[in-house]
Write a new protein. Structure first.
Length: 55
């Protein structure tokens, strides 16, 4: 009886850990995508600022 409960709890903990790891992985991917998008926008706007300041 005790071994069965330990097995069930072990499976539940494994699923919980996997869910947390997947959540962290997705969160990092989203943050990286947002950062890349922000950097791309910044690079697009940089030449215009240089042209304005040179004129």
């Amino acid at each position: 009886m005790t071994t069965g409960w330990m097995f069930v709890v072990g499976i539940a903990v494994a699923w919980l850990l996997m869910a947390v790891l997947i959540g962290v992985w997705i969160g990092r991917a989203v943050r990286k995508a947002e950062r890349d998008e922000r950097d791309a926008r910044r690079q697009e706007s940089t030449p215009e600022h240089r042209r304005d300041s040179a004129a």
